[in-house]
Design a protein around this ligand. Structure first.
Ligand code: SF4
Length: 308
C-alpha cells in the first residue's frame, strides 16, 4: 500500500529554462510579424504545445522560416544558423542559456590557444550541435568512455575536455579519468551546469529511501532521462513518465508492493505536471498517502498563494 510520496528537494524548472520561456512569452506577446521557435524552446511537450496553441510556430530548420522573428531555444544554435537567419531578414531573439554560452566561450578561447577539444555529449542533441557548430574543425564529440579511449593518440597535441551541461556526473567523472590516463596533459572543463548537479544530487540522496522513483519529463529531455537512470540504478525502479496518465496502477503491486515513492522532475518540466502526478498518486493510495514536500517547494507555494 502506498504510504509516502516524497518529493525531491530540487526538481523541475532550472534558471535557463525559465529564462527561455520568459523570453519566448515576451516575444510572442509583442509580435512583429510571425514568431517561430527553432527546435523545441525546451524539451517538454506541454511547454512546446502551449506555445503552439498560442500561435507561435515551430521549425527545425531556418530554411522553413521566411519572415518575422526566430527564437533560438535554451539549447542554443551554431553561429551559421544565426547568420543564415539574419541573412534571410529574420529578427533573431536568442534565448540560449548562459551556461550553454559558457561552453561556447571556453571552447573558442582554448581553440584560439591551439587546443583541440573533446566534447563528451550526445552528438544528436540540439545543445551539442550548437557547441560543435562553433568550431567544427576543432571539436570531436564522444558519447561514451569507450569512444574516448578509442580516439587517436594525438601525441604532442594540446587537448581540452568539455561536457554537455546535462551529462550524468558519474559518467563524466569516468570520462575525465580515462582522458587523463590517455592524455595526462589534457585540460578538463567540467561544464555540467549547477542545475543538473542539484537535480542529480537530490535524486541520489532520495532514491535509497524509496521503493520506486518517478521522474516527470519528456522522452526528448536528456536531463530527465538521466534522472530516471540514476534513480533506477539506486533504488532498482526509476521510471520516466511524461504525465500523470502514464502511471500504471499495477506498478504499486509488483515486487511485494510499493510503500514509498520518490518524485522528481527534469529541468524542463513545468510544476503543474508534478502537481498532477502527486494528485494521481494520492488517488492510487485511496487518499491516505502522506505527501512529503521539501521546504523549498513549500516556500515557493506560499509566495505564489500570497501573490494571488
Ligand atoms: S539545464 Fe542547465 S544548461 Fe540547460 S537550460 Fe537549464 S541551467 Fe541552462
Amino acid at each position: 500500500m502506498l504510504k509516502k510520496i516524497i518529493i525531491a528537494r530540487h526538481h523541475g524548472f532550472c534558471m535557463g529554462v525559465k529564462r527561455a520561456i520568459n523570453i519566448a512569452e515576451e516575444t510572442a506577446a509583442n509580435p512583429n510579424g510571425p514568431v517561430t521557435i527553432l527546435n523545441e524552446i525546451v524539451h517538454n511537450e506541454a511547454v512546446v504545445n502551449r506555445f503552439r496553441e498560442e500561435g507561435v510556430a515551430q521549425a527545425f530548420s531556418v530554411d522553413d522560416v521566411d519572415e518575422g522573428t526566430l527564437i533560438i531555444s535554451a539549447h542554443g544554435a551554431a553561429p551559421f544558423v544565426i547568420s543564415q537567419a539574419r541573412e534571410k531578414g529574420l529578427k533573431v531573439v536568442d534565448a540560449t542559456c548562459p551556461l550553454v554560452e559558457r561552453i561556447y566561450n571556453i571552447i573558442l578561447k582554448v581553440i584560439d590557444n591551439g587546443y583541440h577539444v573533446i566534447h563528451f555529449g550526445d552528438a544528436s542533441h540540439d545543445e551539442t550541435r550548437g557547441v560543435v557548430g562553433h568550431a567544427p574543425e576543432n571539436i570531436t564529440v564522444v558519447g561514451t568512455v569507450e569512444e574516448l579511449i578509442n580516439l587517436p593518440s594525438w601525441t604532442g597535441r594540446k587537448l581540452g575536455l568539455t561536457v554537455q551541461t546535462t551529462a550524468h556526473r558519474d559518467a563524466f567523472a569516468a570520462a575525465e579519468k580515462a582522458a587523463k590516463e590517455k592524455w595526462p596533459h589534457i585540460k578538463v572543463f567540467n561544464t555540467i551546469c549547477d542545475a543538473t548537479n542539484r537535480l542529480q544530487t537530490a535524486v541520489m540522496d532520495l532514491a535509497p529511501t524509496v521503493d520506486m522513483f518517478l521522474v516527470v519529463g519528456s522522452e526528448t529531455s536528456a536531463n530527465s532521462k538521466r534522472l530516471a537512470q540514476i534513480a533506477d540504478a539506486i533504488c532498482g525502479r526509476g521510471i520516466l513518465i511524461s504525465r500523470a496518465a502514464d502511471i500504471q496502477p499495477d506498478w504499486f503491486d509488483e515486487a511485494g508492493g510499493v510503500e514509498n515513492v520518490g518524485l522528481s522532475a527534469g529541468a524542463s518540466t513545468p510544476e503543474f505536471l508534478v502537481d498532477e502526478v502527486i494528485e494521481k498518486l494520492v488517488e492510487f493510495s485511496g487518499g491516505t498517502a502522506e505527501v512529503i514536500v521539501p521546504e523549498r517547494r513549500k516556500q515557493v507555494r506560499k509566495t505564489v498563494n500570497h501573490d494571488k
